[in-house]
Each structure stands twice: as C-alpha cells, then as structure tokens.
Design a protein around this ligand. Structure first.
Ligand code: ARG
Ligand code: ZN
Length: 470
C-alpha cells in the first residue's frame, strides 16, 4: 500500500489542493492505508494498523470427511484513522467475496495479508462492518520452534489453535494479542459430531442437510490466538463450580480416562484460582480433550483449554486454568511479554502444590537453582539460558527461561515483599488489567508501586540479566 501514499504525496501542488478542497466541501473522506503489521518484535506482520476490532461473528461449516471449511466472517471494527484500505491477516484458503458496509469491496492478497479497499474511504472513528466469504482446506503452520499450530486434523475431526499466529489459518482478522474483541462462533458440522468453541453454547440446532449448528458466544474480550474451534466425536459433560461458573468439558472417547484424572478436579481448581488470583474472569470454564498425539502441547484457549490426551497431572490443568487470569484476561501487549503468561502460569503450578501438601514454591525455586529433579521434574532444564523478558528470537518464546525463570522472578518478588504484599500484587495485577493488555514495563512499575518496594535488583538480575542468576 506504500506506493499509493507516495503517489499521492508526489502529486503536483495544484492537484493536491484539489484533493484537499474535495475533502473540505463534503466530498469523499480522504483515508490512507492502514499498516500491514503492528511491528511486534517477534512477529512484525501479525495484526494490522488503523482499526480496532470490537466483534467477530464467525459462521463456519466444516466437514471432517473432506476437510473443507466454508466460512463467513463478519468483523465489526472502529477505524482509528481515515482508511482508504486496511489489511486482515489470512493464511491460505480462498477468498470468495469481501463487503464493507454492505458494499462490495476490492481486495488483493500477498503472503498472509488480505488487503481490503472499501468502495468508500472510512472515516476516523467510524464503526464499520466487513464481511468476508471464504473457504478451502485450512492449513497447519509450523512455528519458528518447530511445533504445529493453525488448523490441525485429529483423526476423526479437527481443531483450530492459534498461539502465536495460527488463527489466521481459519479466519481473517487482526491477529495480534493487542486487539481483543468479543466473539460469536457458529460451527456447522455433520450430524454425529460435536463442535466446541469459546464461551457459552447458546444453541444447538438442526441446520438441515444432515448437519447440526452449534452457536457459541464469548462476550468477554479475547485475543485471536485464544480462539478455538474443535470438531470431533466428543463426550460432553456440563456442570457448575461451587460459586456458579458454568462448566463444559468435551472429551474424545478414547480419552475417557480424563473423567477420573486431574480434570475431575477442575471445579475445585477454579475456586482455588479465584481465591488466589481474584474472581474467575469469564462466565464459563471447561476443557477440550483431543485424542492423544493430536498436538505436542496444551493451549490455554479462552474458557476451554485444549489438551492433547487426558491430562495426567494436576499441574497441567492448573497451568492452563491460571492462564485464564494471566494471558487470557490480562493479555500480553506483544509477544515479547510472553513471560507474563508463562511465568505466572508456571508459578500457579508451584502454588497449587504448596497449597495441597506438595513442595512449597520456595522448594520449587530452590530445585531449579540446584537442578534437583526429585522436587521438580523440569529443574534440569536450561531455565537460565536467557532473560525471560528478552527471548533471543521468535523460536525461543516458549522456551524454559520464559516459563521457569519467569516463575522464579515472581518468587524473588515474594521473597522481597512477603506473602501478604505478594498475593495482593497477584490479585491487584489481574484486577487492574482485567480483560485488557499489559506489558513488562507496566508490570515492574505496578509491582513497585503496589508493594512499595524497590525491586530494581530483581528486574536487573532475574528479568533482564544475561548471566545465570544464583
Ligand atoms: N501456551 C502453551 C502453554 O504453555 C504452550 C504453547 C506452546 N507452543 C509452542 N509453539 N511451543 O500452555
Ligand atoms: Zn502456558
């Protein structure tokens, strides 16, 4: 889109004057192209500039038989500048049509960028509606660290997972965690299949042609990487926690053991999390358990984390649950802030252990310093390899220093400020940025203000220091 801006700047003065006159006399609004990326330090092309999405309505039909997805995305956004064009992130698939404010829009595609040129420029502040009809066989992406994300087939079904950038394989959008929005995701699948997504199941209805439509409603702001859609022959269990959070758990039949494993403690864990971190941030909780081997990791998809196989340890379920506060409600401003997700979720595992007659957080911390795998089986990782707030590259954002050394940063704060201040800090942080975004500088400033302690040494040594701390 750069050439167009330059061309306009290069117009002779008289022509430029005409353009300006047109704008002043009520002619067409003069917009400029929105940026094609948000310059994330690790994924510069992720997300797009010039608008802020408020709501996604995704209508997706998927057939596990042929692996084809037919989608309609209705994206309601607010223009943050006058826009002559704007981008959506979309990887693969075929675009059939794009409309903006009900009028056909021109569009073109380069790489993972879908550039949309509305018939009329959009005004700064205008709330506008974009409708994209698309389809095809969604692809799986390989992350810089070699793991798979995007659209994953699971044997008898499929799942969409998107950390960090895979959501663009199954719907067009502003795919950066800094632009959060509400979602309504309707999934239409052949009869006999279940279809599961974020939030609450509003309806399950006959869609004709031997198909069922599942309408999911996620009213709280959600980062695109936390959206999910899972199709399979799941066994569904519903319930409520003691304090009334609605539960919805979908388990692949071959993983039925999940029902009696750590996942059975989810209601209790939600209550525990609320006592440690403040009120559970969403209306619903649950889980999606895929057949083992579908994925090489679990993911904290909003309200319903995805597990590849029945979780075998409390720690994993606690980890994904803790992300609902740290990551999902308080989301990273950029992928550089990943430790605010993973360090906190890892620390939650230590806390659960401490609160349930296991090793204390102090013992976990010490185990990493000593490499003692009897206390923590990950203590022999290279947790010290780089500072958690500065992974060397995009292939390291999910590495041990982000998780374990991130948790150690939190424990160092606890050692400095004491339990009372520390737990008030965890709750205050979750409350202050509830349903929003935050970055590392915001956290360090908040930690010092709220506890009244100077924590500079902790930041220098543990958060930013290149050397192995001891
Ligand atoms: N955020 C996930 C979790 O810790 C793990 C995602 C791993 N992704 C990856 N590309 N390595 O629960
Ligand atoms: Zn995690």
């Amino acid at each position: 889109m750069e050439p167009r801006t330059r061309a306009r700047l290069a117009l002779p003065a008289a022509a430029a004057l005409l353009v300006l006159t047109g704008a002043c006399t009520g002619g067409a609004v003069q917009g400029r192209p929105g940026a094609s990326g948000l310059r994330d330090p690790y994924f510069p092309k992720a997300g797009n500039g010039g608008y802020d999405v408020q709501h996604y309505a995704l209508d997706l039909a998927y057939d596990p038989g042929d692996g084809l997805l037919h989608g309609k995305a209705v994206i309601t956004a607010r223009a943050e500048q006058g826009l002559s064009s704007f981008n959506l992130d979309l990887a693969g698939l075929r675009v059939d049509s794009v409309e903006v404010q009900g009028a056909a829009a021109r569009y073109n595609r380069t790489g993972n960028e879908l550039t949309v040129r509305p018939a009329e420029d959009l005004e700064k502040g205008e709330v506008f509606r974009t409708e994209v009809a698309y389809g095809g066989k969604p692809k799986t992406l390989t992350d810089p660290d070699g793991s798979q994300e995007g659209w994953i087939t699971t044997g008898d079904g499929a799942v969409g997972v998107g950390e960090p950038v895979g959501s663009m394989t199954w719907f067009p959008g502003n795919h950066h965690p800094s632009d959060k929005a509400a979602y309504d995701i309707t999934l239409t699948v052949p009869q006999g299949y279940e279809a599961v997504s974020n939030g609450e199941l509003r309806s399950r209805s006959d869609a004709g042609g031997g198909r069922t439509a599942f309408a999911w409603h996620n009213p709280e702001p959600m980062a695109g990487y936390l959206a999910t859609a899972a199709v399979g022959r799941f066994t569904v269990t519903t319930g409520r926690t003691a304090s009334g959070v609605a539960l919805y758990t979908a388990v692949a039949p071959q993983e039925a053991a999940a029902g009696s494993g750590p996942l059975a403690r989810l209601p209790e864990m939600v209550e525990w999390g609320s006592s440690r971190f403040g009120p559970y941030p969403f209306g619903t909780a649950g889980a999606i358990v895929l057949p083992a081997g579908s994925l090489s990791y679990a993911l904290e998809t909003q309200t319903k984390p995805v597990y590849a196989g029945a979780p075998g340890e409390d720690g994993l379920v606690v980890h994904e649950l803790a992300h609902q506060w740290f990551g999902d409600s308080v989301s990273p401003e950029s992928w550089k802030d990943m430790w605010l997700n993973e360090g906190f979720a890892t620390y939650a595992e230590w806390l659960w252990d401490e609160d349930h007659e296991g090793a204390t957080a102090e013992e976990h911390f010490q185990a990493f310093l000593d490499g003692d795998t009897d206390v923590d089986d990950e203590a022999d990782s290279d947790w010290y390899a780089f500072p958690p707030a500065a992974p060397p590259g995009s292939e390291e954002i999910s590495d041990p220093p982000v998780y374990h050394r991130g948790a150690m940063v939190l424990h160092r704060i606890r050692q400095e400020v004491g339990d009372e201040e520390f737990f008030a800090l965890l709750r205050g942080w979750a409350a202050d940025h509830r349903h929003g975004n935050a970055d590392t500088a915001g956290f360090t400033a908040y930690a010092e203000e709220s506890t009244g302690h100077d924590l500079e040494k902790v930041w220098d040594v543990w958060l930013y220091g290149q050397k192995r701390p001891h």
